[in-house]
Design a protein around this ligand. Sequence first.
Ligand code: FE2
Ligand code: FE2
Length: 134
Amino acid sequence: MPLMEWDESLALDGGVIDDTHKEFVDLLNRMHEAQDEELLDILDQFIAHTEAHFGQEQRWMEELEFPPLTCHVGEHEGVLEIAREVRRRAAAGDANYGKILAQGVAEWFANHATSMDLVLAQYIKERGYVPTAG
Ligand SMILES: [Fe+2]
Ligand SMILES: [Fe+2]
């Protein structure tokens, strides 16, 4: 059974935000199920996805001069910092933190998507802004 399933309760825009979030959830599930020898590779994929995912949200917020930018970006940075630390440990041969990271980030994401990202998606819609990937 997957750690987390993307469902309509997480749907925000029917577009680029949802596509990005589906990929994020898929990577969390893969991290949770990873064998020790697969973990480093999946962590690299997760970190690359997450840098792009958070980077594109930050670019939209900057272009929109979105008022809660600092708070939103601060949450993103906290997640990336922890993921990079788990990656460092995995690279040093300690694969014990992959599942814990996946569980913690899944819990975080259920809140973040339905609060911070939801508000951003509403702001994007109100302003008639067209968010692009990348
Ligand atoms: Fe997001
Ligand atoms: Fe976000």
